[in-house]
Design a protein around this ligand. Structure first.
Ligand code: HAS
Ligand code: CU1
Length: 560
């Protein structure tokens, strides 16, 4: 396992125990949510293989209820909890500054309370509104309130990250923020800005509507506010993975981050360009002028640039490490990467999946290609190799060192950990092939096709091959889930104790030159945040103002 440069004495390790406990609580809660959500995944895949198990389940009423649970737990809950854990703990350790543990526990409890309230609303089938909860589909108050509490808790953690960096800066005037802290703060600031849409949608409209205080909601406005957050949230899922790729992977492969400056620039570009692009989810929505859709398309291409930067910087950093380990040849160096280490391999496979996920995203961002596949199985195909693999598999890789680090327990069955990474990767890639292919044949997303009316059966007969592929992928992923969670719980309950902090955080060795004028300019996060606000205001305000002034509120519908 890679080692870091942070000096860790036994005393220091013990002193950090309160922070470790709260971090572990965030991570484990997120991972348990993932486990429940992921166990429903194979049922979703079988539905696309025209095999209906949902009708036979005693505890779920429909495919749609299962899909709501799957989407909310995997996309919203797992990611938010996991991110809150790592985005506060890693900077705190990098800076050597203790965050307020009481504040973090309060944030955690608010989020868990929210999760419980929303969970009940989904499980009792009162809120089968899918993870995008578009009005006029109407869930119960508990669903919206619960999700709001999860967001509130995450913003409280964001505030603590910002506060931590401010404390460090006061004590270290003129110095550039260490890179993990820089990236974590930029990510949280991006999330704070991004969350304005969903907070407005839920607090101003959906909570009063579901409580019966207002009679209707304008679906168009609600969707627009949703996607204001719904696009940048995908970077909230991705950026903690990028932190690992930039800051930790180079050390784990024996290399170095080749450009600290480019890495920082990438994060700033995410802060500025992540939010003003939501219309690329609404190309087919009426009520948004074509010109503004075009602006969001152009800005979407801008937000792909930091990912392209990442692809080259991270590959170069890994190549450096592989060549130091004796790698030769144009591509021969790849063999010298530590493929026997599950922690590395999970993340390398995550990167490979993202080459395809990212390319698919760029296809989707083009208006004329988007209309061919919008609302088809192509879209879940895309997001299972972005959030489902690039993010999730990277998080798996991180847990293989982070959970032992936090809990002082030895990683259980490292070879099984490695196997879980490969099985997840293969399962998701096979799933993606099936779903993208089905999408091209017009198979819709979010459809209970395995339970269609007899008169409609056979509608998707020409998609039989990709549908079979999707069904098979569900089985592979089921095995991957068993493998990964055996490793996780095996570690958590392992009787084999190791010295705390003996698995160190693989912080990068390089520190930026403090006098470097570029790094100092990049370090002015407040200024960049201001710029982000301006860009978002320009991209959104004209359309939002018009929508608000022409609102057509409609009452709620319950179609399940
Ligand atoms: Fe997306 C829909 C466009 C990235 C997630 N996306 C979705 C939905 C989700 C999602 C969940 O424009 C569905 C929402 C719903 O339910 O309706 N997406 C993009 C674009 C990007 C993109 C342009 N998406 C993501 C990421 C996600 C995510 C990241 C989650 C984490 N997406 C769209 C559009 C839609 C959409 C449309 C709407 C579709 C519709 O009609 O509804 C870009 O950010 C992608 C840029 C990425 C790259 C790839 C860079 C590659 C890297 C890997 C490096 C590899 C290495 C290999 C180093 C250009 C960084 C090393 C080699 C070794 C040997 C190890
Ligand atoms: Cu998007």
């Amino acid at each position: 396992m890679a080692v870091g440069t942070v000096t860790t004495t036994r005393q220091a390790a013990v002193a950090w125990r309160p922070e470790k406990r709260v971090t572990a609580a965030f991570l484990i809660t997120g991972l348990v949510a993932l486990l429940v959500g992921a166990l429903l995944g194979p049922l979703q895949a079988l539905n696309y293989g025209d095999i209906d198990l949902y009708s036979r389940l005693p505890f779920l009423k429909s495919y749609y209820q299962g899909l709501t649970l799957h989407g909310v737990l995997n996309a919203l809950v797992f990611t938010t909890f996991f991110n809150c854990g790592v985005l506060i703990y890693l900077p705190a350790r990098e800076l050597g500054l203790r965050p307020s543990v009481g504040w973090l526990w309060a944030s955690y409890l608010i989020m868990v309370g929210g999760l419980a309230i929303a969970g009940i609303a989904i499980l009792d089938n009162s809120s089968t509104v899918l993870y995008t909860f578009y009005p006029p589909l109407q869930g119960t108050l508990g669903f919206y309130l619960g999700l709001a509490l999860v967001v509130v808790g995450s913003l409280m953690v964001a505030a603590e990250v910002v506060r931590l960096r401010a404390r460090w800066r006061r004590a270290n005037p003129g110095k550039a923020t260490p890179i993990v802290t820089f990236m974590s703060t930029a990510t949280m600031l991006m999330w704070a800005l991004a969350s304005l849409g969903i907070v407005t949608e839920v607090v101003v409209f959906l909570i009063p509507w579901s409580a019966g205080w207002i009679g209707g909601v304008d679906p168009q406005l609600a969707r627009t506010l949703f996607w204001f957050t719904g696009h940048p949230i995908v970077y909230f899922w991705l950026l903690p993975a990028y932190i690992s790729w930039y800051a930790f992977i180079p050390r784990q492969v024996g290399g170095e981050l080749v450009s600290d400056t480019l890495a920082r620039l990438a994060f700033l570009m995410f802060m500025v360009f992540s939010t003003p692009v939501g219309f690329h989810h609404q190309f087919t929505d009426p009520g948004i002028p074509g010109g503004w859709k075009l602006v969001h398309t152009v800005l979407t291409m801008f937000v792909a640039i930091p990912s392209l930067i990442t692809a080259f910087t991270v590959t170069a950093s890994m190549e450096l490490g592989a060549r130091r380990r004796g790698g030769r040849g144009v591509l021969g160096w790849i063999r010298k990467l530590p493929w026997g280490d599950g922690g590395f391999t999970a993340q390398a496979l995550a990167m490979i999946s993202f080459i395809f996920g990212g390319a698919g995203g760029i296809v989707l961002a083009s208006f004329n290609l988007n209309v061919l596949v919008h609302n088809t199985a192509f879209i879940p195909g895309h997001f299972h190799i972005t959030v489902g693999t690039a993010t999730t598999l990277t998080f798996f890789g991180m847990t293989f060192w982070l959970i032992p680090h936090l809990t002082g327990r030895k990683l259980f069955a490292p070879r099984l950990a490695l196997a879980s990474a490969w099985t997840w990767f293969v399962g998701m890639m096979v799933f993606a092939v099936g779903m993208h292919w089905e999408g091209l044949l017009g198979v819709p997303r979010r459809a209970w096709i395995s339970n269609m009316l007899p008169s409609l059966q056979g509608t998707y007969a020409d998609a039989a091959v990709p549908m079979a592929i999707t069904a098979v992928s569900g089985m592979i992923l089921f095995v991957a889930v068993i493998f990964y969670f055996t490793v996780l719980f095996g570690t958590l309950f392992s009787p084999v104790r190791i010295e705390e902090d003996s698995v160190e955080i693989p912080f990068p060795q390089t520190v930026p030159a403090h006098a470097d004028p570029y790094v100092r300019a990049l370090d002015r996060l407040g200024l960049w945040f201001g710029l982000a606000l301006v860009v978002v205001a320009v991209a959104y305000l004209p359309t939002l103002v018009h929508m608000i002034s022409t609102m057509v509120p409609v009452p709620g519908l319950r179609l399940w």
